[in-house]
Design a protein around this ligand. Structure first.
Ligand code: GLN
Ligand code: ZN
Length: 747
């Protein structure tokens, strides 16, 4: 009977994957793009090499899964591809210049974080009038399918709703655009008549879909008349009434539903696309525990899929691992293998455990699935007591009187230029040419240079300059126990930029100091105060892969505890300024409003766990890079740092409106760190004058937008020199007291 059940499933189960990293097995994509941009790779060779990479991706999909998209190999970003294919920008097919001007030229489109992940998409601007003029040569994108319909793989695009919601100028009424968009999509799809079309609509999980739903249903129904439509939503499962309505559409497939969600019964002819393996996490799937799928298979076509596109993972596990991780990781290619193994498991007559008593002679798939997975070790943490509230502001101000800061104190955000020399040092350390002691001697030299430079420039609060940090997360992951950093596990951040998320696999522990040695060394060189710079717990957790079965808040609090120990030691050794960097704070804000209050609470608790037991005389700085200042205010109120520094140079000073009257000191950036362009003293002064409309002279700091890591030394120096001069002139203009003369009026 069971035999028969399984036999009847065979045609009913398929595997579907998407988002296989375009970066390729060895970062080929990055190299190709950069070589083309630098002019060392001619256009034809560039396009051919991309075709080859796409061929490799296709072959990889083909080896493991039944259904997969073609044309995912964007020239830069799929959102830009979509905008271009819809004629939103006047770029002709194969006009690479025009395309890359939008992606990275002067006046390029802004970049924004994609659904709370660390991928950034280019944010298109919708036309004022809902008119779209599809350009077929761009779909599927220039790469991947020269003759529409001739190649393998299914056409795919981001959906109209995702475009509308994520644009620079989301329309108030999506219905004004949807009709025109459906027509444009249909026209793009015409050459593919009869082929399954994968429409990716992650925006269906966002807040506020209910309002737009009737219009969306109409749009999808119209599109489904033209092509066999498979609608995918991921990252956030859509609300159940949204799902129910979608299930009434004449779709060919609907997903992605993670296993464990309440699943609707879909009408005959519509496949249930079921997210069974992670797209954003790195732990192997316990396939034998997926017995819950079996009832879904009865009388229903199921396509096994990842829960999210696979480009958030490195290509494949391809290097020696520490013992604790051996046989436990799955990157993108391993996810494909898991899908195919699960399909075999579901169709070979034995099935996952829980539905089949331990088989007398286990099938190949059963044995393979058993060997595939090892349960994680228990996550043992010794919870520390709840963080104390910070001392009242007045007490802190009083205790910080003796810091001796001038009005408009000048400082930097932490990093100084990462020169080729520093990168070379790190390479030699890794290859063993340099031992730790020799490396440290070199780092000391770099710190000393940074200190001398800052003294010479006349900055007030100095930093050691972070020469030892290749990356603000990776560095802490290296020093903390519990993290593993791969050699080859790169993922795409945007364009050709890649990063290597560390893997947190055991409770993070501070076995050695994190920043103490470097900070104390810097302080020993100068009479001016040195500010210690730490990456905050939210950012460390946000930019790492987290352990199996450990939630984001749990990881954050564990990391906060490790940082607390560091901060306490810094203070005990006389450091009076501590800065916690949280560039990921707002990016990790849940997209759903109902989840936001508990996130705010987490941010508060984590920050206070780190700095809460500091004496009031230690001045606590927080650095944030983000532009949604309206969302920032409640965080600053809850976290209550003494000083906050934020980006500002690229916008109108009026962005401070929403932060006005916060009882803290603030350093809105006075120059952009992302451009080689020099900002003049006058420009910075104007900016500062603008800031004074919102914050009192006593609460204003003077600093750059962010770290200077990516600048050339000369660029950093001239901007800092101008910055110090701007602060000086402002002091004179406002009759402020001379440097060192007293912080008194600041309080
Ligand atoms: N301290 C870090 C730096 O200066 C901060 C980086 C960031 O906020 N992204 O580089
Ligand atoms: Zn920053």
């Amino acid at each position: 009977m069971r035999e028969k059940f399984h036999a009847s499933l065979e045609g009913n189960i398929r595997t579907l994957a998407f988002g296989l990293p375009r970066l390729g097995p060895n970062r080929e994509y990055k190299r190709l793009l950069e070589a083309y941009w630098q002019g060392s790779l001619p256009r034809e060779e560039f396009l051919q090499a991309l075709e080859d990479l796409e061929g490799l991706r296709m072959a990889t999909y083909r080896e493991h899964v039944d259904l997969y998209p073609a044309g995912e190999l964007s020239l830069y970003d799929p959102m830009l591809d979509l905008a271009v294919a819809l004629g939103v920008y006047p770029v002709e097919p194969f006009d690479l210049e025009g395309y890359y001007a939008l992606a990275r030229g002067k006046g390029a489109l802004p970049l924004r974080k994609w659904f709370g992940t660390n991928y950034h998409y280019l944010v298109p601007r919708l036309p004022e009038k809902p008119r779209y003029t599809p350009r077929r040569g761009f779909f599927p994108y220039p790469v991947g399918q020269k003759t529409p319909g001739s190649a393998e793989g299914l056409p795919t695009l981001l959906g109209p709703y995702t475009l509308l919601r994520l644009a620079q100028n989301p329309p108030e009424r999506v219905e004004d655009h949807l009709e025109a968009l459906v027509e444009a999509y249909a026209e793009l799809l015409e050459p593919f008549a009869g082929t399954l079309f994968l429409l990716q609509e992650p925006a269906l999980g966002l807040d506020g879909v209910e309002r737009d739903l009737p219009h969306l249903l109409k749009a999808y129904a119209a599109l489904a008349k033209r092509v066999p439509l498979v609608l995918l939503s991921y990252y956030l499962p859509p609300a159940s009434e949204v799902v129910r309505s979608l299930a009434n559409l004449p779709l060919r497939g609907l997903g992605v539903f993670p296993v464990g969600e309440a699943l609707p019964k879909l009408p005959p002819g519509m496949a249930l696309v079921l997210g069974v393996v992670e797209g954003q996490g790195v732990w192997r799937t316990h396939l034998l525990a997926l017995g819950g799928i079996l009832p879904l298979l009865e009388g229903q076509e199921v396509w096994l899929a990842p829960k999210a596109p696979l480009f958030h993972l490195p290509w494949r596990v391809d290097e020696p691992l520490p013992k604790a991780l051996e046989g436990r990781l799955a990157f993108a290619v391993e996810r494909l293998q898991e899908l195919s193994l699960l399909k075999e498991l579901l169709t070979d007559g034995q099935g996952p455990a829980g539905h089949l008593e331990a088989a007398t002679s286990p099938s190949r798939a059963y044995q393979a699935a058993r060997a595939w997975y090892t349960p994680p070790p228990a996550w043992e943490l010794h919870p520390s007591p709840p963080p104390p509230p910070r001392p009242p502001l007045e007490v802190r101000r009083q205790a910080q009187q003796d810091l001796g800061l001038p009005p408009f104190p000048t400082t930097t955000i932490g990093s100084f230029p990462q020169t080729g020399k520093l990168r070379e040092l790190r390479r030699r350390l890794r290859s063993g040419e340099l031992d730790q002691a020799a490396y440290w001697e070199n780092i000391k030299k770099a710190i000393e240079e940074n200190i001398r430079l800052q003294e010479e420039l006349g900055l007030d609060v100095l930093v050691h300059g972070e020469p030892e940090r290749s990356d603000m997360v990776e560095f802490f992951a290296e020093r903390l126990q519990g993290f593993f950093i791969t050699q080859k596990g790169f993922v795409l951040s945007y364009g050709s930029r890649v990063w290597r998320p560390p893997i947190l696999f055991a409770p993070p522990r501070r076995q050695e100091p994190l920043v103490l040695r470097e900070t104390l060394y810097a302080q020993s060189l100068t009479a001016k105060p040195v500010k210690a710079i730490l990456t905050g717990p939210i950012t460390l957790a946000a930019w790492s892969y987290l352990p199996e079965g450990v939630s984001f808040p749990e990881a954050v609090m564990a990391l906060a505890e490790a940082l607390r120990q560091e901060v306490r030691d810094l203070a005990a050794r006389g450091i009076r300024f501590v800065q916690v960097d949280e560039p990921a704070l707002l990016e990790k804000m849940p997209l759903r409003r109902e989840e936001q209050p508990s996130y705010l609470k987490l941010a508060q608790e984590a920050f206070h766990r780190v700095v809460g037991d500091l004496e009031p005389k230690v001045q606590v700085h927080q650095h944030l890079c983000y532009s949604d200042y309206a969302a920032l205010r409640p965080f600053l109120e809850a976290m209550d740092p003494d000083v906050v520094s934020v980006e500002g140079a690229r916008q109108d000073p009026a962005f401070l409106q929403s932060l006005k009257d916060l009882p803290l000191e603030i350093g809105p950036g006075v120059f952009d760190v992302h451009t080689p362009e020099e900002a003049t003293v006058e420009e910075m002064l104007t900016r500062l004058q603008g800031y004074l409309n919102f914050f009192s002279p006593a609460s204003l700091w003077v600093n750059p937008d962010c770290g200077l890591k990516t600048r050339k030394p000369q660029e950093a120096i001239s901007n800092l020199r101008n910055m110090v001069e701007a602060a000086k002139r402002l002091r004179q203009a406002l009759g402020g007291k001379s440097p060192g003369g007293g912080h008194a009026h600041r309080t």
